[in-house]
Write a protein that binds this ligand. Structure first.
Ligand code: HEC
Length: 200
């Protein structure tokens, strides 16, 4: 038994150190950048995507992306971002269509990730975008036409400017006591898990 274990300890590090082959790296490296770099080759329309979406996605996300039960909503929520209860969906919130394609490609359908062909991926993505009228139902989505898509909330995102905009808060020594000047007010709540303390 001991002999067997020491043999195993000897073999394992050698085995684990093998350099990944280019094919293996390619299999993992499926990131799609915001500018569309890395998009797979394929195409699809919302019309073609609807039946595939109904079969593979609707059980959780609802037929029109409205959500079935407590799964995430994928559509709707337009105009709610500044409200007390913002509804963040692909249509109302996401800044780039490439993020949608990347997300679905790597992670969905939940429990059977990376099972979609590129054509199914484009068709389903087009279907989801059509739910919020971002593309028409016969718009052919592919690695080039994707660049013509403008997401409604793209302008809602900007580069982190805290080095400038919050500079006046910064100080050399850390404050540990009575740090809030003026009156502190609760302006929003994490309602799902109710972590916000009650106002006194
Ligand atoms: C078994 C239920 C289930 C199925 C089926 C499913 N999803 Fe999801 N989906 C989820 C869950 C759960 C999340 C949230 C995952 C997380 O936040 O880690 C999610 C998240 C998403 C999101 C991101 C939503 C957001 O705003 O964060 C998208 C887009 C999405 N799914 C698309 C799809 C598509 C397209 C399909 C079909 C190919 C699909 N899903 C099938 C459960 C499912």
């Amino acid at each position: 038994m001991l002999k067997f274990l020491s043999l195993l300890l000897f073999i394992t590090p050698l085995y684990a150190q093998r350099v990944a082959t280019p094919e293996e790296v390619k299999g993992w490296n499926i990131s799609i950048k915001t500018n569309g770099e890395g998009l797979p080759i394929g195409k699809g329309t919302a019309k073609l995507g609807e039946p595939i979406y109904i079969e593979k996605c609707a059980a959780c996300h609802g037929e029109f992306g409205e959500s079935a039960g407590r799964w995430p909503m994928l559509s709707g929520g337009k105009g709610t971002l500044n409200s007390h209860d913002p509804v963040k969906t692909v249509g109302s919130y996401w800044p780039y269509a490439s993020t949608l394609i990347d997300y679905i490609y790597r992670a969905m359908p939940f429990g059977n990730a990376q099972s979609l062909t590129p054509d199914e991926l484009y068709s389903i993505s087009a279907y989801i975008l059509s739910l919020d009228d971002i593309v028409k139902e016969d718009f052919v989505l592919d690695q080039n036409s994707f660049k013509t898509i403008k997401m409604p909330n793209e302008k809602g995102f900007f580069l982190d400017d805290r080095e400038k905009s919050e500079k006046h808060f910064w100080q050399k020594t850390r404050c540990m006591k009575d740090c809030i000047k003026g009156k502190a007010e609760i302006t929003g709540r994490a309602k799902a898990i109710d972590v916000t303390p009650e106002a006194k």
